[in-house]
Design a protein around this ligand. Sequence first.
Ligand SMILES: C[S@@+](CC[C@H](N)C(=O)[O-])C[C@H]1O[C@@H](n2cnc3c(N)ncnc32)[C@H](O)[C@@H]1O
Length: 208
Amino acid sequence: MNYKRFSKSSTIWLQRNFRDKYVLEAKEKKLISRSWFKLHEINLKEKIFEKNMNVVDLGCSPGGWSKYVSRYVSPGGRIISCDIRNMHAINNVIFYKGDLLDKNFLSYFLNNVIKMSTDVLMSDMSPNFSGNKCVDISNSINLLKLSFSICKKIFLKRGIYIVKVFEGKGLQKYIKILKKFFKKLKIYKLKTSYNKSRELFVVGRGIK
Ligand SMILES: C[S@@+](CC[C@H](N)C(=O)[O-])C[C@H]1O[C@@H](n2cnc3c(N)ncnc32)[C@H](O)[C@@H]1O
């Protein structure tokens, strides 16, 4: 493949994807995205999804996680998904397109989510990485704060929260806040994440 027309960071990303076994397997299995494997790994460890559950998927595009969940919760359960970018149409998924950092869109989205009794809130949101570690970590902590603020609005006593976070300054402080809020909290470094990735997944269950 000729990478000349891409920036340095895009070239590194493309080269890594070209060789990655999960990218190849996702193509082979006709999955929407490589992220599917991460949610599957989490679900194998935590046994989260069941028939008739209602699930909210933040940062859902292109739709790997929503599709994974749809198979478990359908036909009785519902999935409400949201992203800045478009998403594939998926059975049983209601999709909202918008930026959750935009206050007006957030309140419109929340008004719709609150009507549903949510069992699982999951966020795979990632910022656009600039390559500047401080900026990237700060943006990812902002997305963590955003999804946790949504979590506090929609969960009263029960609920499962799955969130992607990135190792770096400020994360440990936030993990302490999550530990105070949830009855059980687990942090996973997944085998299905890229080897050098700083991403971790946090699973919180039950509200204290
Ligand atoms: C890693 S992708 C998610 C992949 C998805 N879970 C899947 O399985 O296909 C991260 C997504 O987060 C979205 N995102 C980042 N910031 C967001 C925001 N403020 N509001 C909504 N979506 C956001 C991005 O547009 C991107 O599509």
